[in-house]
Design a protein around this ligand. Structure first.
Ligand SMILES: Nc1ncnc2c1ncn2[C@@H]1O[C@H](COP(=O)(O)OP(=O)(O)OP(=O)(O)O)[C@@H](O)[C@H]1O
Ligand SMILES: [Mg+2]
Length: 894
């Protein structure tokens, strides 16, 4: 595969370590040789050298972090379907040599593109600054100077350079392409590169023969874009940023999942475009059949079609979402990393959460330690502590784990209390291990044991649900002791016990779990000492010691948050890896009726359709592996729900990817934060309610725009068709139609600043194309009625097309302003943006026909007698709107 990599590097590019890269993956170099070729060492780069390399090779980012240039942004907006349709119509007008229409369409396209790129630029900038707040870091080992001791510290991922020595632990993103120097039980998830969903194990290979495998299967290489699911490692960076395999595979691809937002906005856009494409032939046909007009009506038909296009939709959407996101960040510290996720959040009707650290505080305290008979036995706690201690000690990156922390703290207290009774816990002096004391603080460091020595670790993973520490005991020469702790069922599966004992221990666990305790079983096995590493295959034939029970406090605001979500019509489901009994108790305490609890094994036995059925009616899923969680989420989505997932662990990542919108607390591990669309300021769950409400408000504003824009456009088309047939001339000149349309569009931007009715955010808000249809029909007809009344007035008071055009133009703009004020959903005071917009519309409507610009457009002054009559028509129109709204004749919408 060496050739594959070298082939990917363009010839003649002087990238830093091409020679090394090819060598690294192919030639079976030893770690030391790799380091030498990278001009690096196992102790890490010197800071100055790292700085030089950063300047030379650039930031370690796949895409440049600078916002795109203006020209690119403008070009990008041309790709949107509305703009494309407008441009198409412009070309048709040009071909028909209707130059004025073509020019006005060009102006329209330009205005909408400029507005749109300005809106997107602002939105991108604020989203980027929000994202920076939750950016991921890499653990790097560097030295201040050549002779200084190496220092392990966190740096922004972008500052990594080739030759850097990095540490990897569970929950880390692999920050660049790296070559492993040392690895311990490392498994990584490389789905982003290979599409393979199961994690693969990585290690420093024993035999060079293994290096002949395909690139991504090579055991000693890890790649940017993958993440660590279990185990730890130390590695040297071989390629960064655009040189990584991830970058070459994803060049130009956004690679995001499509959520509810993309589906609904795309759906609406295409419905409208289809409708619009139908209008032009209809206008042509009506004029041809009833008036015998020919192709000379083409520019008019085109203008009517353009008038129907809500080309400001993308601008409104971006502005409304960006405003919502900025407000959330300011008010409750919730960070929306991807704007459409805010809409999806408002649409969520099922929120799945994990238990520990989400519903509970993840501040555990040991509640009991029992032998297999249910009697208190300090030896159980002791061995659990030995396991915790060495799991932490032997990891390259000590990963904080509340469970292990609690066990060590309890063991220390127990040791102090029984200092003379038990000799299993040495009191002092403690052997302070730098890695541990750095992470844990003094309390844990004191609990170090002097009588056992860690040899190896088989790290925890959420599928196996257990962790093994291998230790050597001073009193047993030539023997290694495997200390295993983990989920009761999974440890029992690996113990040499009879069915009866197994059943008894399971019952004991059941009883304790019903008290809400988290349970771990502890087991031992002696093996002849060896130097070969221990593997999962060694975890069998164990002797059961007993179980440790840990208590976890409920999160302070969890019950309030769940109640608030229920009021908003969001069903909460718990997906946990824990014991069903523990999960049931926690849910009951939170007032969440657990009902029947479904376990992971049961999920395995169901096909997708049956699972979808079951999932809809189940509130708690226990003993779930990461894959189970993801399957449940997918099943719920298939059942028509919009699903959010809130989790904080590596084991939640697959489910987060499967959900419409993924949430995590700010202190979650890197992969989880990377997978999340929405990052919560802290573990206070009540902010989710605020976020959901903000999402629904943004969606509400977009829906208001759509309802009003589309219904008045529909009204206009009906009037145009009617007038076209009734009049001996065109009811409006193409340029007039387009100018009027431009005024409508720009004024409607104000809806992004409205605050919709609170009642609107009481249920999940989804934009559905067909939900608007009744509303649009009713108000479209009322609008057309006002136009026809105006035609009658004009017929009485005026003659000639200029006066007719002017009269209708004035009426149209003022009715539009009325509609905007009367049909907005909010009951509160009119925001100033909307006051300005409607005021300006009315002013333009009244004054433009009198101005020189009006004259250029073919408009002119109107007889004074027209105005009082117009007032009567407007009053009647306003009254009709109010009646329709009140009678809920036209309910529907978002
Ligand atoms: N450090 C550990 N050592 C041993 N066993 C553990 C450890 N952490 C978790 N387990 C076991 O693995 C099971 C699943 O843990 P995991 O962290 O995967 O659960 P989860 O899905 O995150 O659940 P939760 O909803 O409680 O967060 C736990 O119930 C426990 O029995
Ligand atoms: Mg968890």
């Amino acid at each position: 595969m060496a050739s594959a990599r070298s082939a990917a590097v363009p010839a003649g590019t002087e990238r830093a370590f091409d020679h090394v890269l090819t060598g690294v993956s192919g030639a079976g170099l030893t770690p030391l040789e790799v380091l030498r070729r990278l001009d690096a060492g196992p102790r890490g780069l010197v800071e100055d050298e790292a700085q030089r390399r950063l300047e030379r090779y650039g930031e370690n980012a796949v895409l440049p972090r600078r916002p795109a240039a203006w020209a690119w942004r403008l070009l990008g907006t041309l790709r949107d379907p509305f703009t494309a349709v407008l441009l198409g119509l412009g070309v048709i007008s040009a071909v028909a040599t209707s130059w004025s229409t073509a020019c006005v369409i060009a102006v329209l396209v330009a205005v909408s593109c400029v507005l749109r790129s300005a809106g997107e630029y602002r939105a991108d900038r604020s989203a980027a600054s929000l994202r920076d707040l939750v950016a991921t870091t890499a653990t790097v080992q560097r030295r201040a100077a050549e002779e200084s001791a190496p220092l392990v510290r966190e740096i922004p991922v972008e500052e990594l350079v080739p030759g850097d020595v990095v540490r990897l632990g569970p929950g880390d993103m692999v920050p660049a392409d790296v070559r492993l120097l040392r690895a311990d039980g490392l498994t990584v998830h490389q789905a982003a590169l290979t599409g393979e969903s199961a994690p693969v194990s990585k290690r420093v290979p024993d035999a060079p023969a293994e290096l002949a495998r395909p690139l991504f299967d090579q055991p000693h290489l890890c790649f940017a874009g993958s993440s660590v699911t279990a185990g730890t490692a130390t590695a040297v960076v071989t390629a960064t940023g655009p040189d990584t395999h991830f970058a070459s595979a994803h060049r130009g691809l956004a690679g995001r999942r499509t959520g509810a937002f993309d589906r609904s906005v795309n759906g609406i856009s295409w419905t409208l475009i289809r409708f619009m494409l139908l209008t032009a032939p209809l206008v042509l046909l009506a004029n041809a059949v009833l008036r015998g007009r020919g192709l000379e009506t083409l520019p008019f038909a085109v203008a009517v079609a353009v008038g129907l296009t809500p080309e400001m939709l993308p601008v409104i959407v971006t502005t409304a979402l960006a405003r919502g996101a900025a407000e959330l960040a300011r008010r409750v510290g919730v960070i929306v990393k991807r704007l459409p996720a805010l809409h999806d959040l408002g649409a969520v009707d099922v929120l799945c959460v994990d238990k520990t650290g989400t519903l509970t505080r993840d501040q555990l305290a040991v509640g009991c330690y029992l032998d297999a008979e249910g009697r208190t036995d300090p030896a159980v706690l002791h061995w659990a502590a030995v396991n915790s201690l060495w799991t932490i000690q032997l990891a390259d990156v000590p990963a904080p784990d509340a469970l292990d922390e609690a066990i060590l703290a309890a063991a220390e207290t127990e040791g102090d209390a029984a200092a003379d009774g038990h000799d299993w816990l040495a009191s002092a002096p403690a052997r302070r291990e730098p890695a541990l004391s750095a992470v844990r603080g003094p309390a844990v460091a004191r609990a170090t044991f002097t009588d056992v020595n860690g040899v190896d670790v088989i790290p925890f993973d959420p599928v196996r649900r257990l962790v093994t520490a291998v230790v050597a005991r001073p009193d047993r020469h030539g023997v290694h002791t495997l200390v295993v702790k983990g989920a009761v069922e999974d440890v029992l599966d690996r113990c040499a016990i009879d069915e009866e004992t197994r059943a008894r221990v399971l019952r004991l666990a059941e009883r304790r779990a019903a008290d809400g305790l988290r349970l771990l079983a502890v087991a031992l096995a002696d093996r002849p000492a060896r130097t070969r590493p221990y593997t999962r295959a060694d975890e069998r034939g164990l002797t059961l010691l007993g179980i440790v029970g840990l208590r976890d406090e409920l999160a302070a605001t969890a019950d309030d948050a769940l109640a608030a979500l229920a009021r908003r019509g969001v069903a909460v489901k718990v997906l946990t890896g824990d014991h069903p009994g523990t999960a049931a108790r926690v849910c009951a305490e939170l007032g969440l009726a657990p009902g029947e609890i479904v376990t992971g094994d049961r999920i395995d036995g169901l096909d997708d359709a049956r699972l979808a059925q079951l999932a809809a009616g189940t509130a708690v899923f226990a003993r779930c592996t990461p894959a189970h969680k993801a399957r449940v989420v997918r099943a719920l989505r298939r059942g028509g729900h919009t699903v959010g997932f809130l989790g904080d662990g590596v084991n939640d990542v697959p489910a987060m990817h499967a959900a419409d919108v993924a949430l995590c607390p700010r202190d979650a591990v890197d992969v989880t934060r990377e997978a999340a669309d929405v990052v919560l300021a802290d573990k206070d769950l009540t902010v989710i309610d605020a976020a959901v409400a903000a999402g629904r408000r943004s969606t509400g504003n977009i829906a208001t725009y759509l309802r009003i824009a589309v219904s008045s456009n529909v009204g206009n088309v009906i009037s145009m068709l009617a007038a076209g047939v009734l009049l001996p001339f065109l009811p409006m000149l193409p340029a007039q139609v387009l100018v009027q349309n431009l005024c409508f569009d720009v004024s409607q931007l104000a809806f992004a600043y409205d605050r919709p009715d609170a009642a609107d955010s009481r249920r999940p808000a989804v934009l559905r194309p067909y939900a608007f249809s009744r509303y649009i029909t009713v108000f479209g007809l009322v609008n057309a009625g006002a136009d026809l009344a105006t035609f009658a007035v004009l017929a009485v008071f005026t003659s000639g097309q200029t006066a007719f055009h002017s009269g209708w133009f004035t009426e149209n703009l003022i009715t539009q302003a009325l509609v905007m004020l009367l049909l907005r959903t909010a009951a509160g005071p009119v925001p100033s943006a909307l006051r300005w917009a409607t005021g300006s519309l009315a002013a333009i409507g009244l004054l433009l026909p009198l101005s020189p610009l009006g004259a250029a457009l073919g408009l002119g002054a109107l007889p004074l007698a027209y105005y009082p009559c117009l007032l009567v028509v407007l009053a009647a129109y306003g009254a009709a709107l109010a009646v329709c709204r009140r009678s809920r004749l036209a309910s529907g919408g978002a």
